[in-house]
Design a protein around this ligand. Structure first.
Ligand SMILES: [Fe+2]
Ligand SMILES: [Fe+2]
Length: 166
């Protein structure tokens, strides 16, 4: 469904579309993180991916909860944005043989993913607040907190790498 298709007329439609979009993205991340874990060198990056994979299962469950609270069946709409971020990461990581360069590429890709999630949950929270759905606000805020923490851990890793090479 395209964003400007006639299926989207009301704020409720728009909200549902955003929910289906992030649901697709979270499921895509859930299936991609195990591949990133395999490629990452042992250490804090891999550990971080592993713990974020656990959290991501929870993000998918929270979205399913949101669909239920809205009396909707969980469904996806394809999200070309997350597909693009992941495809680009795949293309870059494909040829890298040096593990530390690979880790830097993986961390940068993961950070792009986190930023995408942060912007989507930020929008969903704003719209849920507008719709007086505090139940959904709280649900999405719990996920947003974990996305922001994952993003901060990646920033710390990048800074640690910079300090190590300085
Ligand atoms: Fe997530
Ligand atoms: Fe995430």
């Amino acid at each position: 469904m395209a964003l400007f298709s006639k299926d989207i007329q009301t704020m409720d439609d728009l909200f549902l579309h955003a929910l289906q979009d992030i649901y697709y993205a979270e499921k895509k991340i859930e299936s991609t993180l195990p591949k990133m874990i395999q490629k990452a060198g042992a250490g804090p990056l891999r550990d971080g991916f592993e713990s974020h994979l656990d959290e991501t299962h929870g993000h998918v469950e929270r979205l399913e909860q949101a669909f239920t609270w809205l009396d909707k069946t969980p469904t996806v709409v394809s999200c070309p944005a997350i597909d693009g971020i992941i495809r680009e990461a795949d293309e870059i990581a494909h040829d890298i043989s040096d593990q530390s360069v690979m880790d830097a590429a993986l961390a940068a890709a993961a950070q792009a993913v986190e930023h995408y999630e942060i912007t989507r949950y930020g929008t969903l929270i704003a719209w849920a607040r507008e719709m007086d759905r505090n139940d959904l606000v709280e649900l999405f805020e719990a996920t947003l907190k974990e996305e922001k923490a994952a993003d901060s851990r990646l920033t710390e890793l990048a800074e640690a790498r910079l300090n190590a090479t300085a």
